[in-house]
Design a protein around this ligand. Structure first.
Ligand code: TYM
Length: 341
């Protein structure tokens, strides 16, 4: 077994703006995991973004915006490697090997593909279908051991384990790829749509009122929470009382995620309160937490050179880890090394 400091890899797609779901389910947790106990590698996964159409100029902007979101939230380039995926070509190369390891039947089970493709499965890109093997390459290229993600990515990390284990087994390369663990922790691993508690909050939802964007102004945040769907009941005495109240539960979870307490503690504080009290408290909390981040994002977006420099330096560091692992994967596969490097 490869032994090194436990290594974290995770990524966010630059397809549209960042949401509160991305922040609470991913980016905030990435920040919290920085420190001596882990080596941390965070990526703007631009190759993943083009699995659905992206306007080229918007892709460039969105890539910088996700990088700005990471930095403004507290990712520190002196502690973490921060880069954009397309600059390290080993991702695409290892993904091809994995396309030849993963089975079509495995891909057919991916619920996110089914959701995204819907009735249109014949018309979506081949990349959207193959996407989980690129995600497996992202993780395994660094021999990452831990992958913090939101709930919706769990199945993809499990598939990554299947790919690692089939590669190791087929090529008799025991333990070459480690089995990465998904880390899905905290109260907000599945932030729901503000207008429909049965749907995930996402960047691509139809109405902007469904989601909080990391760049929303204080007024917009207050308006969106005020209009968020709820029910007529006040907050219950215990968490159990939220069982069949998905919209109410979602707002409690968001409050817990933002204030770094458990949902039980939120209930203890607000038991019996009506929405007229809870929603403004939630809006104030969200503005207090997100305001400084969106201000810093705006500042960074005016300094594109600085963002590009940080991403470029991160890509050099990422490449230095990735290339030797890709070379070994090529050797294990039996590719002839005819060029001297
Ligand atoms: P993406 O870009 O859709 O989302 C980035 C991260 O945000 C989390 N997330 C949420 N968490 C809680 N509630 C929500 N409503 C919510 N919406 C999004 C996601 O779970 C994710 O952690 N395939 C990945 C990106 C990726 C990746 C990787 C992740 C590519 N390669 C390797 C980890 C490791 C994706 O599309 O995430």
């Amino acid at each position: 077994m490869t032994t090194h400091t436990p290594r974290i890899f995770s990524g966010v797609k630059p397809s549209g703006g960042l949401t509160l779901g991305n922040y609470l389910g991913a980016i905030k947790r990435f920040v919290d995991m920085q420190g001596p106990q882990f080596e941390t590698i965070y990526c703007v996964v631009d190759l993943h973004a083009i699995t659905v159409w992206q306007d080229p100029a918007e892709l460039t902007d969105a890539t910088r915006e996700v990088a700005a979101g990471y930095l403004a939230a507290g990712i520190d380039p002196s502690q973490s490697i921060l880069f954009n995926q397309s600059q390290v070509s080993a991702h695409a190369e290892l993904a091809w090997l994995f396309n030849c390891v993963a089975r079509v039947g495995w891909m057919n089970r991916m619920t996110q593909f089914k959701d995204k493709a819907g009735k249109n499965a014949e018309k979506v890109s081949l990349g959207l279908y193959a996407y989980p093997s690129l995600m497996a390459a992202d993780i395994l290229l660094y021999h990452a051991t831990h992958v913090p993600v939101g709930e919706d990515q769990k199945q993809h990390v499990e598939l990554t384990r299947d790919i690692a284990s089939k590669f190791n087994h087929d090529f008799k390369a025991e333990d070459f790829f480690p089995m990465p663990e998904p880390i899905i922790e905290g109260p907000a691993t599945r932030v729901m749509n503000l207008r429909d508690g049965s749907k995930k909050m996402s960047k691509s939802g139809e109405s902007d009122m469904e989601r909080i964007n990391m760049t929303d102004t204080a007024d917009t945040i207050a308006k969106k929470f005020k209009k968020a769907k709820t029910d007529p009941e006040p907050l219950p005495e215990t968490l159990d009382g939220l069982k069949d109240r998905p919209e109410a539960r979602n707002l409690v979870d968001i409050y817990a995620g933002l204030s770094e307490v458990t949902p039980e503690q939120v209930i203890a504080e607000f038991a019996g309160a009506g929405w007229g009290k809870f929603k403004p408290a939630l809006a104030d909390l969200a503005v207090a937490k997100l305001g400084p981040i969106s201000e810093e994002m705006a500042r960074l977006m005016n300094d594109k050179g600085e963002i590009d420099r940080i991403l470029g330096e991160g890509a050099d560091k990422a490449d230095a880890i990735a290339q030797p692992i890709l070379d070994r994967a090529y050797d294990i596969t039996g590719f002839l090394r005819s060029r001297k490097r």
